[in-house]
Design a protein around this ligand. Structure first.
Ligand SMILES: O=c1[nH]cnc2c1ncn2[C@@H]1O[C@H](CO)[C@@H](O)[C@H]1O
Ligand SMILES: [Zn+2]
Length: 332
């Protein structure tokens, strides 16, 4: 394991609903009388965890579906939120921004979407009462469900906006481009929430330009395509737009075929505020320390570059200057 210096360990891109423990999914399926197409837990793992890599983002995202399909009640939502906090704490994380799509969680059993948001907030609160870790929540609009459903999802999230730091746009980037969601993000900006957008993962750099200039994104999830657009990288450096990199995720979605050539090197060379994150750790069977090890051993980042990634996470976090300082002091 990478030996961490005196900087906090931070995960800014971590899907709560992409990080439901396989064992919890298995247990909830049985508790809730949901029939599974396998006989034992061992056979179940490949259904909820990527084994090597998937052909594309859409195939990767299918692995998240069992996790939300077993959520039959608000209690179930609260439970998986609580377990997310416990798992982040056990991974040695000091601060995480957990993101979730209430519509994705509510959909299979038609749970009231507003109450799903409240249940997640509640579960996280129970977790932070028990474990010494700082958590903030980011609401997701699942673009795959279309423009109108995302408005319903946004309404539910804005009802609880005092418990959120930002709104994200995730899902099928290629077929549901950011242009469709400009009205949504006008409301997000008006509500005073920050913006991070999944962009430049399944689509090109124009998708990142759109997220920054039209949706007012201050951070970009993945942004792999930025590496081919020097103007964009210059713009992002100048305007301090951060990139949330997720190494294993990029490999498993087929976005990157060779991790040794991950553009995180290019981002650092261009002095972008790039940080290292997990994405959907339970689905990817990874954790943040593993991602740092991959950064070191496979991407061949130096200790100084690793240090820079950690500093960048602190800089890019949706925390106030005093909260950042307090977080830094808490581990030094
Ligand atoms: O790597 C990713 N790229 C794009 N969308 C993602 C990724 N991981 C999860 N989601 C999406 O986020 C929501 C659940 O939090 C779902 O919409 C899921 O498809
Ligand atoms: Zn993501």
């Amino acid at each position: 394991m990478t030996t961490f210096n005196k900087l906090p360990l931070i995960d800014l891109h971590r899907h709560l609903d992409g990080n439901i423990r396989p064992l919890s999914i298995w247990q909830l399926a049985h508790e809730n009388g949901i029939t599974l197409p396998v006989e034992n837990f061992e056979q179940f793992i490949p259904l909820v965890q990527v084994q090597n890599s998937e052909a594309n983002l859409i195939d990767f995202l299918k692995k998240l579906d069992w996790g939300v399909n077993v959520l039959s009640s608000l209690d179930n939502c609260q439970r998986v939120a609580f377990e997310n906090v416990e798992d982040a704490y056990n991974a040695g994380i000091n601060y995480a921004e957990l993101r979730f799509s209430p519509l994705y969680m509510a959909k299979a059993h038609q749970l009231p979407i507003n109450d799903v948001v409240a249940a997640v907030i509640d579960g996280v609160k129970q977790g932070t009462n028990k474990f010494n870790i700082k958590i903030n929540l980011i609401g997701i609009l699942s673009r795959t469900f279309g423009v109108d459903n995302c408005q319903i999802e946004l309404n539910a999230l804005l009802e609880h906006k005092q418990h959120l730091v930002a709104i994200d746009l995730a899902g099928d980037e290629y077929n549901f481009p950011g242009e469709l969601f400009t009205e949504h993000f006008k409301q997000v900006n008006k509500a005073g929430l920050q913006v991070t957008v999944h962009a430049g993962e399944a689509a090109g750099s124009s998708s990142v330009w759109q997220a920054i200039t039209e949706l007012n994104a201050k951070r970009i999830g993945h942004g792999v395509a930025c590496a081919h657009d020097q103007k964009l990288m210059d713009y992002m450096a100048k305007h301090e737009i951060a990139i949330e990199s997720c190494l294993t995720s990029n490999f498993q979605t087929g976005t990157i075929t060779n991790l040794a050539q991950h553009p995180i090197q290019t981002f650092l060379a261009n002095e972008l505020i790039v940080c290292l994150n997990t994405d959907d750790p339970a689905v990817e069977n990874t954790e943040l320390n593993t991602e740092f090890n991959i950064a070191k051993e496979i991407v061949r980042l130096t200790d100084n570059q690793i240090h820079q990634l950690q500093l960048n996470a602190l800089t890019a976090s949706f925390l106030s200057p005093s909260e950042k300082q307090a977080l830094k002091n808490s581990v030094s």
